[in-house]
Design a protein around this ligand. Structure first.
Ligand code: 0RA
Length: 650
């Protein structure tokens, strides 16, 4: 056996065989989260993650992703190529094993440092199982190999189809329409994830191309995501519509106790905190040991600096952990060999050994930075002192909210028309734009399980206001008291007491016009910043009132877009009779009577509710800061680009 062949065999044998694929098709949600749009996009991430792993192992620096014309996906990389030799135990090509056996992606090969691997880390075989058709092409050892599958089943043995000087792997797959409820890929969703991956793995070129449509010049949309400066650039990107307090992002990259740690942080003039924490390229929304390590490092270092500088004594304030949060933007990324994910959505890191390395890294980098940048150090401490003072004011404002709610009996806001059911699981509350539409909704609702709360005009823009202003705001106080959740307490300012939540559906109902969508965004921004748990639990919804009523004689129908309207008109014209077809464009909820509003927008049997989800936390933060911030041009761009989707997909 030649040396080359031995190496090849070794690579093939290293792939261990663990599990079959039938399970994946039986319970797809267990493997990819869900079978909706989220799961559909996860298929792409799963394949790309394999290429990222190959890049992290030092063998690949370019990945291309194509959205093909027929909505299939192609991912290719210039890595070593999946081994194609005979697998000794399985008696078939290693490539076939990787593609058809769950968890056989070489993950257990101790020689390769594999830490990527998607939200569920199930590997490319899982994508194969959930694809109607899949083709893999491998360039390796001067040759080109190929194999095709249907719902994970090989259609022929791995075959040699040509020669090539290049190496790499290419996978093209078509998601199975008997499994997925949604089959159309969203370019922006994929772009957000590819951008995120490029920031998290600096030096890798990730190209995304949409072959489904061309622009006015006949060109396809294509973007290259590439970051030379990693998390530094990520933090700048997140804050690109905010005003920075520091000249440079504070940055650390290194290995501590065998754990690769990368941290970037900066302060801006806003009042909100934004930390994105990643483990193995996965956004850990629920935090965990790496995040608490980060907070500890940051708090201890800044507190020590502030105390030593004498500024605290001068200002006569005591600072707490929370005071370091206002205006903080940070990205923390660690790579952990055997991560333990816990929590509601399995995005909370449990490994205790990760906390100290992150905390030490942050202390070191920040101590150096503060020593070398005394001017900026002073700016940060001043910001922290201001936050401490604002916190004291906010506590007073919150106490007022709570005291007042005790005084007014049950504590429910006067404007709330509550439902009679006391079971949160079956109760819903409509937050309605304007008193008049609120009145209509009250008449139209099913009062057993539907509560109505009108919100007057535009609620406060929480992106621009300080905390105590937020808790003094009438509409926001009403939302807290109606929902029954406690306003954040001192010790644990962000955690809500969800067990007291009075409704498991919170439905935002606004006019279908520009003002309405602005108000919708304001309310969503509030939930995103102050009640994120409700979004994470899937409790926040958006009502979708119709845009048109089409009428002919005694017949009438509703339409939610122009296509539907035209279809209705055609149908009614075709239905004979003599009276002409009338079309009413609803500009606001107020133009519907109670019965119409119930039929189209509130009756669970007919209505469509859009559930608000967080696809990508970093992107979401960026979008809100842009939509609600001071700079107009980026906002206009975004709204124009997304106008055709007619909604903000958060
Ligand atoms: C198993 C072992 C080796 C590489 C790969 C898998 C591999 C998988 C994918 C999936 C997409 N791109 C990929 N590139 C490589 C190591 C093989 C060796 O030792 O040569």
């Amino acid at each position: 056996m030649s040396e080359e062949n031995k190496k090849q065999d070794y690579a093939a044998d290293n792939i261990q065989v663990l599990e079959g694929l039938e399970a994946v098709r039986k319970r797809p949600a267990m493997y990819i989260g869900d079978i909706g749009t989220k799961g559909l996009h996860h298929l792409v991430y799963e394949v790309v993650d394999n290429s990222i792993d190959e890049a992290l192992a030092g063998h690949c620096d370019a990945i291309q992703v194509f959205l093909n014309e027929n909505n299939s996906i192609t991912v290719n990389d210039n890595g070593r190529g999946i081994p194609t030799g005979m697998h000794a135990k399985e008696k078939r090509s290693a490539l076939e094993v990787v593609m058809t056996v769950l968890h056989a992606g070489g993950k257990f090969d101790k020689d390769t440092y594999k830490v990527s691997g998607g939200l569920h880390g199930v590997g490319v075989s899982c994508v194969n199982a959930l694809s109607k058709d899949l083709k893999v092409t491998v360039r390796r050892d001067g040759k080109v190999f190929e194999q095709e599958y249907k719902i994970g089943k090989p259609q022929y043995d791995v075959k040699e189809i040509g020669s090539s000087d290049l190496t790499g792997t290419e996978v093209t797959f078509m998601p199975d329409d008997s499994i997925f409820e949604e089959l159309v890929y969203n370019y922006d969703t994929l772009a957000a994830r590819m951008r995120e991956l490029a920031f998290l793995n600096k030096g890798i070129k990730i190209n995304l191309t949409d072959l489904r449509e061309t622009d006015d010049d006949g060109k396809h949309i294509t973007e290259l995501f590439y970051s030379e400066r990693g998390l530094r650039e990520f933090a700048e990107y997140i804050d690109r519509n905010r005003e920075s307090l520091l000249s440079d992002v504070v940055y650390f990259e290194g290995e501590k106790d065998g754990i690769p740690v990368e941290v970037a942080l900066t302060y801006n003039t806003s009042y909100s905190e934004n930390i994105q924490a990643y483990v193995n390229n996965i956004n850990t929304y629920e935090g965990g040991t790496h995040l608490s390590g980060f907070r500890r490092g940051l708090t201890n270092t800044l507190k020590k600096y502030a105390t030593d500088s004498g500024m605290l004594a001068k200002e006569k304030v005591e600072i707490e952990g929370d005071d370091f949060r206002e205006g903080l933007t940070a990205v923390v990324s660690v790579k952990v060999q055997e991560p333990q994910f816990e929590g509601q959505t399995k995005t909370k890191l449990g490994n205790r050994e990760v906390s100290a390395p992150v905390s030490q890294s942050v202390s070191e980098m920040l101590t150096n930075y503060l020593e070398e940048h005394p001017n900026e150090a002073r700016v940060i401490v001043q910001k922290v002192v201001l936050a401490a003072k604002a916190r004291q004011a906010a506590r007073k404002a919150r106490e007022m909210v709570q005291r007042k709610s005790v005084l007014t009996g049950g504590g429910l806001p006067g404007k709330l028309a509550d439902c009679s059911s006391k079971d949160p699981a079956e109760s819903e509350i409509y937050l309605v734009e304007g008193d008049s539409a609120g009145g209509t909704a009250k008449q139209g609702r099913d009062r057993f399980f539907q509560a109505i709360m009108p919100l007057r005009g535009k609620i406060l823009n929480v992106e621009k206001a300080m905390q105590h202003k937020i808790f003094e705001n009438e509409e926001i106080k009403n939302i807290y008291t109606a929902l029954g959740v406690r306003v954040g307490t001192e010790e644990d300012s962000k955690a809500l007491n969800l067990e007291k939540l009075r409704y498991h559906k919170v439905i935002i109902m606004c006019d279908a016009d520009v003002d309405g969508s602005h108000i919708e965004t304001l309310i969503l921004t509030f939930f995103f910043r102050y009640m994120k748990e409700l979004i994470e639990m899937g409790y926040i919804y958006i009502a979708t009132p119709p845009l048109y009523q089409v009428k002919k004689g005694a017949k009438s129908g509703y339409a939610w877009d122009d296509d539907q309207r035209d279809k209705l008109i055609d149908e009614m014209k075709g239905s004979g009779a003599d009276s002409s077809v009338g079309i009413q464009r609803y500009k606001g909820l107020g133009e519907m009577n109670a019965e119409q509003l119930w039929e189209t927008t509130m009756n669970p049997e007919h209505r469509t509710l859009r559930r608000v989800t967080i696809e990508n936390s970093a992107e979401c933060d960026q979008v809100f800061s842009m939509l609600m911030g001071d700079e107009v041009p980026p906002r206009r761009d975004f709204i124009e680009r997304n106008a055709k989707y007619a909604k903000i997909d958060i």
